[in-house]
Design a protein around this ligand. Structure first.
Ligand code: NAD
Length: 408
């Protein structure tokens, strides 16, 4: 019922997220709200297909392995996909029988508050879903340190993810699951015959949602002998990604979440202009100095060592990194502190399989970018965190195993 109510309120929820964070109302309407509704429905439909187990002990014993709810889950989420990120935690946590305290990001509390009202309307018992808006250092920290919260599922920056590990150690050793930052590689091999599509999706992978995406394919690794051809295509594609009014359905991207964040992104761009080669800057974009608009920008960093190639910018900025051989691509792709997602383009089946072993990320897309669904796990390694959202595996984060052994 809640899933249906979310769709019944598609207009309002889309506008709330658009007004809060500056992403386009169109994207919220087409992707965020239906995705949120679909995941809740999928999780509710999945939960009664999961059985407990009986271990093969002797004839005089019955050993049951039960999955039990953990109790109270704290869900602390970011602002880039306010509704989706909330539901990535809520759906499996509620389906597995827990109560949840959801803390939306301080920049984007509106849709979470509306969701709480819809949950009551849908008949969820009071107290099962609690939405507690507040600042990170106050409310988020209080959740992290609370002795009656059994588990925190966090999505956000690596820096704050590490705080949650500390909060847990300083309080009740609550379980912590972390979905943190990324600097995902998108590797274009010369064996790919789909350069047009690769360029189109490289632009999408870098600029969609203003580049405010944890799995944004922000490093584009291109094999040297196709570099010039690919760059021509990429630049043409990038012309399509100029920001516009977030409320205008024709806008492909909107503006960044806050002035503070826009300044941070612009500082990365200014620094990169000193350290690397600027290869694309929007022409005739008269909003660049207005409010929180930032136009798509592309740099080239042959060394792959500069700040712009290694730090998570969380804005519409791509770095192109040329490479010669497959082993160079693997080394560069794996060479950051993050290991969240990645993409690669090849028509060579053996190369695809080989690289699927070698590229160390939680989600690898081959001949597309950023592929995911409710059915497939999404999570990372290294300082991208641990524990998966989405898929049946996400249910494990919110359940404990309990052995009940009966002797006849
Ligand atoms: P953030 O870490 O600043 O904030 C995330 C949440 O943590 C917010 O609710 C915030 O209020 C809270 N918080 C902030 N400081 C806190 C503190 N000291 N103690 C407790 N809680 C605190 O991240 P953000 O700026 O909202 O979002 C951007 C980040 O989120 C990026 O790094 C991005 O990669 C990451 N992200 C990751 C995923 C993923 O699935 N891996 C998805 C989306 C966003």
């Amino acid at each position: 019922k809640l899933s249906q109510l979310i769709m019944d309120n598609q207009d309002e929820l889309s506008i709330l997220d658009c007004l809060d964070v500056g992403k386009t109302s169109q994207d919220c309407y087409i992707y965020d709200v239906p995705g949120t509704s679909e995941l809740l429905q999928w999780s509710a439909e999945a939960i009664d297909k999961i059985m407990d187990e009986i271990a093969p002990t002797g004839n005089n014993d019955l050993a049951m392995i039960r999955k039990v709810p953990l109790g109270v889950i704290g869900a602390v989420v970011p602002w880039n996909y306010p509704l989706n990120m909330a539901m990535w935690k809520l759906a499996p946590a509620l389906a597995t029988g827990n109560s949840v305290i959801l803390k939306p990001a301080e920049q984007s509390p509106l849709s979470a508050l509306r969701l709480a009202e819809l949950a009551i309307e849908a008949g969820l018992p009071e107290g099962v879903l609690n939405v507690l808006p507040g600042f990170g250092e106050i409310t988020g920290k209080a959740i992290g340190l609370h002795n009656d919260i059994d588990c925190v599922a966090f999505t956000g920056s690596t820096e704050v993810g590490k705080y949650f590990l500390e909060y847990s150690g300083k309080s009740n050793m609550k379980q912590i699951w972390l979905e943190c930052g990324g600097k995902s590689p998108n590797i274009i091999f010369n064996s790919s015959k789909r350069l047009d599509e690769a360029a189109e999706l490289a632009a999408f992978g870098g600029f969609f949602n203003q580049g405010e995406v944890c799995s944004a394919n922000s490093r584009v690794l291109v094999q040297k002998d196709i570099l010039n051809d690919f760059l021509k295509l990429l630049k043409t594609e990038t012309d399509n990604w100029l920001p516009g009014d977030p409320l205008d359905p024709k806008s492909k991207i909107g503006c960044l979440v806050t002035e503070e964040h826009a300044l941070r992104v612009k500082k990365y761009i200014t620094n990169a202009k000193k350290e690397t080669e600027l290869i694309y800057e929007a022409k005739n974009f008269d909003r660049q100095s207005v409010g929180t608009f930032v136009a798509p920008t592309i740099f080239m960093d042959e060394s792959a060592s500069k700040e712009i190639s290694n730090e998570e910018v969380f804005g519409p900025v791509l770095t192109v990194i040329p490479f010669e051989k497959e082993e160079d691509a693997i080394r560069i792709a794996n060479g950051t502190k993050y290991a969240l997602a990645g993409s690669l383009w090849t028509d060579d089946l053996s190369q695809a399989h080989r690289l699927s072993n070698e590229i160390h990320v939680g989600a690898l897309s081959i001949n597309t970018v950023d592929a995911f669904s409710s059915m497939t796990p999404f999570g990372g390694f290294k300082q991208s965190g641990f524990g998966n959202d989405l898929s049946l595996h996400s249910f494990d984060k919110y359940s404990g195993l309990k052995t009940v052994w009966i002797k006849y």
